[in-house]
Ligand binder design. Structure first.
Ligand SMILES: NC(=O)c1ccc[n+]([C@@H]2O[C@H](COP(=O)([O-])OP(=O)(O)OC[C@H]3O[C@@H](n4cnc5c(N)ncnc54)[C@H](OP(=O)(O)O)[C@@H]3O)[C@@H](O)[C@H]2O)c1
Length: 394
């Protein structure tokens, strides 16, 4: 039996994970679940999956969850706060941790899982983007296993040799090719982009996801974060990582080898495939996803990204090349800007301007410790908020 903690159980990835787990009760037991504010949804999940522990954000939310659970006769122990998140990620009975909290808030518990030597199923790309080598070292030094959940990185993982070892040249890898749908504004007149609403930005053409990653997909910052994530997961330098627009989202990514071979992983765009792959790795289990019908798909299209349409993608490549804490600055500025856009405080095209301002004005340094990374995260958030406040006042 494998005992699974899901960090971010009420989100899009969390719900898909529970869907896969529910299909295999003989193999998986839910040890703990977490949510931030959606207490009623978490209570319903606890009623169905009967975890030993559940974690929410605040003491009030914990009281509310306890009341809901006891009313239904559910004895799940309820806790709250970051320490409790780290505790359910590192508790001795846990074998696997699905890291599916969105944003920098996921760093501490995901790192706690790595430090406790768990099998870490990484959806929370922001954690790896921020902490880079520190996270990879924590995995390595503690005998943890890191399996990518992002469909692109899971695809690349499946296309690489079994004993890859983060050394592309040694495995004959010429290039890693990340595919991207291009999001909802791939063909929209660029001049009209500042008029788009949060709901339009969140209407992804091929994937159903949380609102932050949906906006990231519309700006292509999501692909930028994935480029940085691919660098850390697969040891590939920026110039060996290519982004290719593929609107059908059927090829989830590819690996080009020096002999001219290109290996790709294909499937319907449904997160349950990479989730099931990582949960059962190296075995295969049913994910509930329909088999791909290529005759029905019929056409697969590809084009190179236009960096003028998607300046966030260029900013991410620049941050990766700059190294140190530059990716942490990029990530923090992006989180603040996306939230301001979702709250309708700034327009869509101002997202990249906020990020560029932060990168230009906050000096980056060495990512020598998690504390140094968190300090840069704090400075970047303050700079982004000040820039937005200044714009609003003008
Ligand atoms: N969705 C996808 O298809 C997909 C694909 C690849 C990678 N990812 C990555 O997976 C992660 C989750 O994405 P998602 O789309 O599932 O996001 P989502 O639907 O917004 O869910 C986020 C989850 O994190 C919790 N959460 C939010 N803020 C938190 C905080 N400050 N502290 C603790 N928990 C917090 C939420 O709780 P509440 O529900 O209570 O707010 C929810 O359970 C992101 O890093 C994303 O980039 C997602």
């Amino acid at each position: 039996m494998q005992y699974i903690t899901i960090l971010g159980a009420t989100g899009s990835v969390g719900v898909s994970t529970l869907d896969v787990l529910a299909r295999h009760p003989e193999q998986y037991s839910v040890y703990a679940l977490s949510a931030h504010t959606r207490v009623a949804e978490l209570a319903a999940q606890c009623l169905q999956f009967r975890p030993q522990r559940a974690v929410v954000a605040t003491a009030e939310a914990a009281l509310e969850l306890t009341r809901l659970l006891r009313g239904q006769g559910v004895s799940t122990e309820v806790e709250y706060g970051e320490e409790a998140l780290c505790a359910i990620a590192s508790a001795p009975p846990v074998t696997g941790v699905m890291a599916a909290i969105v944003g920098a808030a996921g760093l501490a518990p995901t790192l706690a899982a790595a430090r406790a030597g768990k099998k870490v199923l990484l959806a929370n790309k922001e954690a790896l983007v921020m902490s880079g080598q520190l996270f990879i070292d924590a995995v390595h030094d503690n005998g943890a296993v890191l399996l990518p959940i992002d469909s692109e990185h899971n695809a690349i993982f499946q296309c690489l040799p079994h004993a890859y070892g983060r050394a592309p040249a040694a495995s004959g890898v010429a290039k890693i090719v990340l595919t991207a749908s291009g999001g909802p504004f791939l063909t929209r007149d660029v001049a009209t982009l500042d008029k788009v609403t949060p709901d339009q930005a969140c209407k992804h053409p091929t994937w159903a996801m949380g609102r932050k990653i949906s906006v990231d997909s519309a700006t292509m910052m999501n692909k930028g974060l994935e480029v940085i994530e691919a660098h850390w997961l697969f040891g590939a330098p920026a110039d060996k990582i290519e982004v290719l627009i593929h609107p059908q989202s059927v090829i989830h990514s590819m690996v080009s080898y020096i002999d001219g071979s290109v290996l790709a992983q294909l499937g319907n765009p449904d997160m349950r495939t990479p989730i099931a792959h990582a949960l059962a790795y190296p075995q295969r289990i049913d994910s509930g996803v329909a088999q791909l019908d290529l005759a029905q798909v019929a056409t697969l299209q590809f084009e190179r990204p236009d960096f003028r349409r998607f300046p966030c993608l260029a900013l991410a490549f620049d941050a990766l090349r700059a190294g140190g804490t530059a990716p942490a600055l990029l990530n923090a500025a992006n989180e603040v800007a996306v939230q301001a856009f979702l709250d309708e405080h700034i327009g869509f095209r101002q997202i990249d301007r906020v990020i560029a301002h932060v990168i230009e004005t906050v000096p980056h340094g060495a990512a020598s410790s998690i504390e140094a990374v968190m300090e840069q995260d704090r400075l970047a958030r303050a700079a982004a908020q000040a820039f937005i406040a200044h714009r609003l006042a003008a």
